[in-house]
Ligand binder design. Structure first.
Ligand code: ADP
Ligand code: ZN
Length: 437
């Protein structure tokens, strides 16, 4: 039997979903216009009034909000209600610059946690599960979001937070955790640490993992699934819209269902802002349809992905987004070629290396330099120069055929690249340092 947390809405017909969205957006635009002076000014500048919005088709008339707007309006400029009505503040991880703070009313928290609960149930979670949450707790949304979702499902929740891998493993084994929630890079590290301690994948009771907050490839998914003996599900979200749970994967694992009763998604051309038809690759833009504390309309996420409305075998009817291949910010332009870290990860894992790598980009004599440091696994390790050089050459060729440009490969001993307990830092772009001086 298929399980859903909120079956009626998760499997509603397209007409029903559209009717809900149309009703909500009219109210929400009026709410934002009346309460958020910053956005009212943007609408006035664009000559759009709340009465011009009759349904989601009219969303394209509204102005965009960008991360820059959030920084300008920091801290209270985009608040949708009195602070006395808010019960929580969370903040972005600051991956790409100054942190942004978001405000939540109790209703916002309930909605967010329900979205996370949908994700947990889609990953097979029930009240019989023990959910180990090792996303960070605190200002970062990962821990609190999954923690709340786990409570709503009635799971026994282990609020581990990130780090202290010895204790993670001890509690996982002693308390029979069945669902693991963390970043994919930390999941890979936990898998590696279990193996080092002599555990086989079948020794733990885990059945599923819910991993997100950073880009990860299909190759990485397979590697984690193998090392932990689980099915690994993707989850997506961002602080600006609430946190994790904006979209989540079902058992089909072909993209993440966006919780469309709360978030309206568009794909735009990041250069022109033009809305692109379903199936096009572009920047994901979200309009929250019913948030009170931090009600962003047309927020540009900078995440690059594709939307699909193909029927899903799980019975859920909400639109799906592909795994974001990275943010437009993550894309490196190296000697004129566009490179995403996720492409490098895919090649490494395909070629049998571990997901432990670091990319260093710099500039020397007016030319970009492009170096990738890759760890040997203990089995691959060799100290024969000829072996190392041959492997580096092969990897360079594999990268060149995928990217159109070949990095200098440096194979380094096992364990020499720092492991991540939260979001992994994959790229060090030193060119930016030079540009700033
Ligand atoms: P920051 O922007 O500082 O990292 P957040 O913690 O709010 O702040 O992170 C949200 C961002 O994390 C998203 O915009 C996206 O780039 C990334 N992200 C979240 N979940 C995923 C996922 N499942 N796959 C790829 N990227 C993700
Ligand atoms: Zn599905």
């Amino acid at each position: 039997m298929k399980n859903y947390y909120q079956k009626e809405i998760e499997t509603a017909s397209r007409e029903e979903i559209l009717a809900i969205q149309n009703e909500k957006i009219v109210k929400q635009v009026r709410y934002v216009y009346d309460n958020v002076a910053y956005y009212r000014n943007l609408m006035d500048e664009k000559g759009v009034k709340p009465e011009d919005i009759h349904g989601v088709d009219d969303i394209k008339k509204l102005p965009f909000l960008s991360k820059e707007d959030l920084r300008i309006a920091y801290p209270y400029g985009l608040l949708g209600t009195d602070l006395k009505n808010c019960v929580r503040i969370q903040s972005t991880s600051g991956t790409t610059g100054r942190r942004v703070v978001a405000f939540y009313t109790q209703k916002d928290i309930d909605m967010w946690e329900e979205c996370c609960a949908r994700a947990i149930v889609a990953a097979g979670g029930t009240n019989e599960d023990v959910v180990q949450v090792c996303y960070g707790y605190g200002l970062f949304t990962g821990g609190p979001g999954l923690n709340g979702g786990s409570h709503k499902v009635g799971c026994l929740t282990l609020p581990m937070s990130s780090g202290n891998t010895d204790r993670q493993i001890q509690f996982m084994m002693d308390l029979n955790a069945t669902i693991l929630c963390c970043t994919p890079s930390y999941a890979a590290f936990i898998g590696e640490s279990l193996a080092e301690r002599g555990y086989k994948p079948e020794d733990n009771k885990l059945k599923a993992g819910i991993f997100g907050a950073e880009p990860w490839t299909e190759e990485m998914r397979r590697s984690i699934e193998k090392s932990l003996g689980i099915k690994a599900y993707d989850i997506y979200g961002l602080t600006e819209t609430s946190g994790p749970g904006v979209a989540f994967e079902c058992e089909e694992q072909t993209g993440m269902h966006i919780n469309e009763d709360h978030f309206y998604a568009e794909i735009i051309d990041p250069k022109t802002g033009e809305v692109l038809p379903d199936g096009s690759k572009g920047e994901l833009v979200f309009t929250s349809l019913d948030k009170e504390g931090f009600p962003l309309l047309r927020y540009r996420t900078k995440d690059i992905c594709i939307l699909s409305r193909k029927k899903c075998s799980c019975g859920r009817t909400h639109v799906k987004m592909t795994k974001p291949m990275g943010r437009s910010d993550d894309m490196m332009i190296i000697r004129g070629v566009n490179v995403f870290p996720s492409q490098i990860e895919a090649v490494l894992l395909k070629e049998g290396y571990t997901p432990n790598y670091q990319i260093v980009v710099d500039r020397a004599n007016n030319t970009d330099t492009f170096d990738v440091y890759v760890e040997f696994s203990p089995e691959q390790f060799s100290d024969r120069i000829a072996d190392i050089q041959a492997r580096e050459k092969d990897l360079n060729a594999a990268m060149r055929s995928m990217l159109g440009i070949g990095p200098k490969i440096h194979l380094v001993p096992p364990k020499s690249i720092a492991r991540s307990e939260g979001k992994a830092v994959r790229v060090i772009d030193k060119r930016k340092l030079h540009d700033n001086v």
